[in-house]
Design a binder for this molecule. Structure first.
Ligand SMILES: [Zn+2]
Length: 476
């Protein structure tokens, strides 16, 4: 089946060939293909009109004439030929547009699955309201396709990622070949349930859809010159594929043998190493002094993998030369003693000043995020906790399937901070103020653990939560 890049190639090729041609006659040999009009009405509408433009939306070609237009979908086997009018008609040529210059555009379709629909407008806004186009989701390149849109569409669906990405009402223009390629580049197994897809995964899917389609359109574009009308305009070209049709070959990234499976009845190719089962990623956060560490230690004892972003941050600011240089550049050498970063002094500065805090976060967060993703990729655990003090503020929640916020009442919070960090009231208030309001955090979180009372109560809530999370990954 021609995919979007191939249809785009057909469009670009036809545009080079037939723009400015005026229709003399239309002959319909298979009525089923032209959806809405009989031959005499088509002739009454189109004869004398000139092909002005050829647009495309998803896999629909849109031929714009003077007062009319027509949609064309090639489906499985449709293709266009440009032939001289005295050339004998092939039995699979079902609709023939004859031009005043003696040439003919012939729609050829062995299986007769394609469709043509005549429209009484040339206004693209009106054309896009046609039911065939109206139900389609945004194209990969469209600005209305963003991670928020895709995440909202996907995260409630129970079907597999592959099936959802083939659904043209979600994203328009991704077919079987390109969905496999997009899943591969996004490190996502095609069978992954949509419910496991995170916001961050959605960003990757969109980025990679654009990348893959652009490359394919480019590849198609380079073959336009080699088309001859006698071969027919099918838009097919040699593709550089990573996984699709590569079963038995080594993965270009890791060398693991590519496997072929069936997903929703479609042949699906993937690398079992690069595209592992998606773990349930659970973000753990809480305000300063809320006792988040107690929970994270408890989870660790239970054998769960906890990715501690504070620890990553500490190690980055200890010996990562690139990071240290960036900090020195931004904040000056006075924060360094004998080449080592004075974390206490920098900490005081950023807690007291939002601007400075953002500067430091802009240096650290992207690197921490990459590190977290790397640990997740290399782990085969089914549930992974990511401990992030600023989970929502820094956007780390986008990496997560679920989030937990540890809450504590304010008097208890202040008491703990005095005891633990030996801070005075003003400093405590500053540190609390530097974070998102606890109430807002707990509203954003999937789960809340109340750590205001004794440890026993805290552990009991945590155990209950673990049960829910384990149920999440085992229900299928
Ligand atoms: Zn691989």
């Amino acid at each position: 089946m021609p995919e979007l890049p191939e249809v785009e190639t057909v469009r670009a090729t036809l545009e080079k060939q037939i723009i400015g041609y005026t229709i003399k006659k239309v002959k319909v040999y298979c009525e089923r293909i032209v959806l809405n009009e009989k031959e005499d009405v088509i002739n009454a509408k189109l004869v004398g009109e000139t092909i002005r433009k050829i647009n495309r939306y998803g896999k629909y070609l849109i031929f714009i004439l003077d007062k009319h237009s027509f949609l064309s979908h090639l489906r499985m086997e449709g293709k266009y030929f440009l032939k001289k009018e005295d050339e004998e008609r092939n039995k699979h040529e079902h609709v023939i547009f004859s031009f005043t210059n003696g040439l003919e555009l012939r729609y050829h379709d062995v299986r007769k699955f394609g469709l043509i629909k005549i429209l009484d407008t040339t206004d693209m806004k009106e054309i896009l309201k046609e039911e065939e186009l109206n139900k389609l989701g945004p194209e990969a390149h469209s600005l209305s396709l963003n991670a928020t849109y895709l995440f909202n569409k996907l995260h409630k669906l129970k079907e597999s990622l592959k099936t959802a990405l083939l659904d043209q009402t979600i994203i328009c223009g991704l077919g079987n070949i390109y969905v496999d390629e997009v899943d591969f580049l996004s490190n996502l197994k095609p069978t992954t349930s949509c419910q496991m897809i995170t916001y961050d995964d959605c960003e990757n899917i969109i980025k990679n859809s654009r990348l893959v389609l652009n490359k394919a359109i480019e590849a198609g574009g380079t073959t336009i010159r080699s088309y001859t009308s006698s071969l027919g305009v099918t838009g097919r070209f040699q593709l550089n594929l990573n996984v699709h049709t590569k079963a038995g070959s080594p993965c270009p990234l890791c060398g693991t043998i590519i496997e072929k499976i069936k997903v929703g009845g479609r042949g699906t190719y993937y690398c079992p190493s690069c595209q592992k089962d998606h773990p349930l990623i659970v973000g753990l956060t809480g305000s300063i002094g809320s006792g988040k560490t107690t929970i994270s230690n408890y989870l660790k004892e239970k054998g769960y993998l906890i990715i501690d972003t504070d620890e990553i941050s500490r190690s980055l600011t200890k010996d990562n030369k690139e990071i240290l240089n960036k900090i020195k550049e931004e904040f000056g050498p006075s924060f360094f003693i004998n080449g080592e970063l004075n974390r206490k002094e920098l900490g005081d500065l950023v807690f007291n000043n939002e601007n400075e805090r953002n500067k430091l976060n802009n240096i650290l967060h992207p690197v921490i995020k990459d590190k977290v993703k790397e640990i997740i990729r290399n782990s085969s655990d089914k549930i992974i906790f990511v401990d992030v003090p600023l989970l929502f503020e820094s956007g780390f929640d986008k990496l997560c399937n679920k989030t937990i916020c540890v809450v504590v009442d304010k008097t208890e919070q202040i008491k703990r901070l005095k005891l633990r960090d030996k801070l005075n009231d003003l400093d405590i208030q500053k540190r609390i103020d530097s974070q998102m309001d606890l109430k807002k955090k707990s509203e954003l979180a999937t789960f809340i653990i109340d750590n205001s009372q004794d440890l026993c109560y805290t552990y009991k809530q945590t155990d209950k939560l673990i049960k829910i999370l384990e149920g999440e990954i085992n229900h299928d």
